[in-house]
Design a protein. Sequence first.
Lengths: 357, 1223
Amino acid sequence: MGSASSPKKASRARAASTSAGSSSALPASVSGFTVLPVIYASSATHILYARAHSAPKHSDAKGKQKERAAALPEGRTLFLVNVPPDATERELTVLFKPCGTVERVVFSTGGGGAPQEEEMLEDESESEDDDAHESAAGSEDKDDEDVESRPKKKRKVAEPQAPRVVPLPSPPIRTLRRTGHTAYVVFLDSSSLARALKPPQKPYTWPVDKEALLGLEHYASLYSALRPPLDVVRAHADSWMEAFEYEQAKKKHESKYNKGEAIVDEDGFTLVTRGGAYGKTLGGGVGVASKRFHEDQSGAGSKRRRKDKKETKEKDAFYAFQIHEKKRKHIIDLKTRFQEDTAKIEKLKERRKFNPY
Amino acid sequence: MALNLKRKRGAQVAPKAKRLHADEDAISHHSSAEESMGSGSDQDAEEEAWDGIEGAAAHTHETSAEAGPSGSHIMKPPTGEELRKIKDASELFRSTSFKSQIDAMLPNVRPKYDKSQSLDAFLMSLHKLLMELPAVAPQHPLHASRTLSKKGIDVPYVRPFPTEETNWKVSFEKPSEIMLAGSWITKTAVKAKDSAPFTVDVAIEMPSSLFQEKDYLNGRVFQKRAYYLGVVAAAIAKAKSTLRCELFYESVSGDPRRTCLVLRPIPDDTHKSSSKAHTHVRIIPFIGESPVPLQRLSPARSNIRAAVLDDESKEEPTPLYNTAYMLMTTPKAHLLHIHALAKNVPSFADALTLLRVWANQRGYGLGSRMCVRGFEGKGMWWASILDLIVNGEEPPPAGLGRKGTKRKPLGKGLSSYQLFKAALDFLARHNFGDEAVFVKSRDGHRFPPSSYSSHEAVFVDATSSVNLLADVPLASLDTLRYDAQATLELLDHALLSEDAFAPLFLREHRDLFARFDVVARVDLSSVEMRAVSAQHVADHGSAYNAAVAQLVSTLHRGLGDRAKAIAVLHASSDVRPTSQALPTQSSIVHIGIILDSDHAFRLVDHGPPAEEQESERTRQFREFWGDKAELRRFKDGSIAESVVWDVKNADERARIPAMIMRHLLARHFGLGADAVQTWQTEFDTLLKLPDPISSLYQASSASVGFKSALSAFDALVKHFRALDDQFPLAVLNVSPVSPALRYTDVFVPATLAIPSRSALPKSVSYLPAMEIIIEFEKSARWPDDLRAIQKMKLALFERLASILMSAVKGLQATVVLGERTERTEIEDEAALDIITADGWAFRARIWHDREATLLDRIINDQPHVPKALRQAKTGEDARERQLALHARELYTRRFIHAPRHHRAIAALYHRLPAFANTVRLTKRWFAAHWLLRGHVSEEAVELLCAHVFLRTGPPLTADVATNARTFAPGSKERGFAQVIEFLKDWEWAEGLDIMLDNADQTAGDSPTAAPTITSKDVAWSLRTSFDPRGHMWTSSGPNAVVARRVTTIAKATWECLNGLENGTSSVKAIFHHPTDHYDFVIELNPALSTRYHQKLDADTSVWAPKGKYANAIARDAAASIMPSFDPFGMFYGDLAHVYADTVLLFHDSLGGDRIGAVWQPNLRSARPFRALGGFSSIPVQKDAAKGKEKDKGLVVLNESALFAEIQRLGSTLVARIAPRDTQ
């Protein structure tokens, strides 16, 4: 427990009463989730909710589903809810050690926050769907959970001759996620999963990884980690740009279309596109002027035309009746406005607003 | 002529109407309208409009009649009568809503005459009682008073009191006339502030047989009046059975010569209405026919003979004495005059009511707190202002040199609002100190105008007998003028504030701190006037009045053009029991000064030159200033008497007016430091680091001040520019965006050179990094990809860092990858930390405008597809779009708006001297209440303050001349108070338009309507010309909960500020944050903070060296300077992020060592379990849950686990977590 167990004398009495009661009287499961109490400190018990992971039934993107199935094999993947915000893979592995060996841990959300949250859907199965996107990416770098700081591009440049990107240093720094988030624990075999889903005899104890710092030390190391030595920055930036240019060149090479050439499909139609620099798309095709340019042109023209039209229009203050109509409208407007004002004041009056003191 | 024309037009229209349709209704209606028009106003232009509408009205009336009943649901055009009303309202009253607001208000401030039957009965019995009073034979005054004091009535004799040697006698006869006078009977009464009752004045005429010709001398007439009053009082006291009332004396303005009797009717059970009418009756004795020839009472005459006093020098005029005498003769004449005015001028009563409500709201009237001195019992004066406007001025007698009057009478037909505005205009323009005013009177001047020369301000009423302003200090009139100007300014610029009504009439403006730049609370109990003649005191009637009058004029002279207005404020005089002869007044007065910031902070006051060493002027100068006056030689070679105020820093310079005030009060009134209380110093300390720290800085010769921060910035820019040949891209622009570089940082920037930083203890070592933005020249070599751009920035920073470090000695530069571990890759994150050799830290970012286009492309990748046809985004794309939206918002804020905001705010610093310090104080306030940065951004505070400074004045222009007319606060204390006042009343749901300088807009690109992701609960909308939606600086808070909190705190603070006036609170209390409403408070370990020294009332022992060796901790300090390293701030940020949906967190970003938390209210109760509930939960215990809900799986917030978690996350940072019940 380390530093976490420093005493909270004041709240202990109250907290102890609830936790002592709860550990005995807690339900074994909630809405199909196994309740796994985890002892934080002598006074506090955290609750993990666990369920066996099952792939979503509906199939929207088949390829992806397969990919996901590989990442989160059914039968030995545990779906965890309410994971502590500071949990690391190591800590979860140690936590479930009594049940069996953990192959890997996949966290659903990073520290990112809001944007992902919006996508999260009420339905749990759907949300798994979403989680799986993450895991697809996450599973590749399972050996190092903090690779997020490493550019993703690197993975896509898989060709042997591609220049290697020198990574920025990434010391083991905890990522704090939002409270109540979820994670997948993949066991080596399915028997461990069963063991994990059984309500435990006695609550687990949360293991704190001493190597991943917390508190002041965490912030100090984070601060220095974000300020790497200049030569490392340089090496990283240069190699990354090299890789980028290589890939750009490759893309261009691979691209079906070349700049300036018209794109003609099987039926013999020429593709006309808009955009790109100077009205030409990068990929080719027959360029037309950009939309704004087009609008500006036509806008200017139409304005002039409208002006011409106006002059030929009927005069609206020529006949006597027109003048009368206009005046009538004017005074009716006056009256409506007056009535609106009066109504407003009446409303204010009701709120006793006109008593200055 | 005008009338003729009208007739003709009317005649033309009439046949036309007939021709169209011979509808009798229309014609009769038409002719009635015409009649009313004839009696209406006489402006030609208006007639034109009338005619047109008239014709149309007739016409349309017919058409609608023709249309028949089927068209009845259509809006009917207004009738002529209605039209006139509408027209009147909009043309004569500024706007229709303004008029209806006036109409709604007027009944509320007037007495309800229909409920005054019981009062009438009371007055009848009073009349009867008085008329039946028996006469008292002449007797010696002391003897007479002894008889009365047996009945519990003390005769209010005035000084000098009658003695045994007195050889005149007092007597009583029943009044020769009793009449109702004053505002009650002319129906011009206006409710006074602080629920003071209406006053019904009963004037009783003392028979002339009581007086002799010589009585005007030495106050004898006042003694006789006092006895008369005493007899009446005794009679009323005796008749308590028939006349149920309480009996008091009251002295107007505390002048014993103007004592009168106040009767407060006791409501009997049968007539409840009497208590509702809320009136009291005042009995004022007066003299009908003056037994004294008028010329003896001319203001220039001396009527207090030196023989009586010890002083037997020359006879000085006794203007106040004479005025008091004259006031005894005027009640009847005034009554008749006002009655005539009200009859002749239809809107007189309304206009007078408006004027007096306006004045009452500003403390020019009666009230139990903060009234400007001199305006008690001045009802006649307010009426006379309108008299002057309607009837004009009395021309001076021929041959006096002055040409005819400048003010022309305005006529009787004006509306009440127009009259009111004309009165304000008069008050705003007229300089009472320069020029006397004589209202047009029937019989010309009674006294020659020159005889008023001993009066400070002259405003002679229409009866030409009294100077109504005789006892009003000139300084009070300056304050009045300032207020009138400010009000006019508001009315003229009402486009910005649609609702001008509330600030004009409904809102109270008596609050000292929001009203005056310098406020002092003076205890007059120990006052000792330095040089004062007995004559002076005798003229003023009491020593107190003489002292206050002297005080005002001394300050007025001493401050000169530094102050626009000076006011002495105190509660108006109250009633006293009849056993107490002389009025007493509270010894506490407040002095308020409105500064003229062009002159207020001048260091030197010049006196007469040295050549006049022996002259009277020099002697006076020396006498006035005392030991402060000295002979000095100035740069231009002149030698002159002068007063020099030496100051050490800007804070002290801002205190010069207060220093002058203190000096003068001490010299001339013997009021030492303990008798005069000001608050500036206390406010100043809020913005300073604690003394041990600042001396630490001084000891190591730190560079301190906004100026040195700016010059460090300039030096850095120079270095950038010098890079040209070594760096691939030329630096185009470097813009500062830090508060420290626009004078609005809470603390004055200060830093130590790198080597000497080791002396700083860790907990006070915070070094803020000032943000700057670098713009490089355009280049085609930038990659056209967002991720690549970010990497490119890294590369550029690296180059910049190494080149700078090699080029500039002592400079340190580090590339910063971002704020947190994970990268979004498309967002601008990288920065360059630079620490100059002097120890200034900067954080530079690169602005590349291509980013915006690329981000927009991700956000809206199908610009040519209509919205409805666009494909819904799924999965990765939607995610990417969200990230791009984030990045785009950050980009817009960081690179487009921040530099603009910076320029606008920095410009305000130069134009409004008090602005920057107000912002600093306000930021301190927000921080002290745990809101700054976490919920309210610094920029939002700056905008709020800018609004307060810019709302009254005209939009700022470049030239300084127009700024002289600004009504913006002249000191930070007043600015702060106004911000608080504004926040307290601000209905933030409506947002706010801020008139920032928009000169910048033409240069920059127009505001882009880029889609942003502001969450729904953004409460504040601060709209400026370049941010029309107003969410740029408020998108991350405050939300509605916090916004309501701000309002609540502002209200509490406002109460505290008012408490300062009467000494029931302190400046510290304003900045003290109560924590008992937080659900739990996380207490942090202050020793681990880096900015603990910024905390209010920081405990110095925290950073005191501990351990055996003083140099033990200093080892690694020099090696790593960490700009902007603030573990508490980072911890707070992390907690706020992790528990965003669970708790609302508050923290003082300026060195606070506690974090307050409030649970999200909806989490407190049990709720069904959800996999993505977003909070740490624990299942409800089975036995506690009801059987029916069992299978739903209810969960509740797991508080104890959450505390343990926070404790673990914070590790050593967290000292204790205190839930509410244990605090």
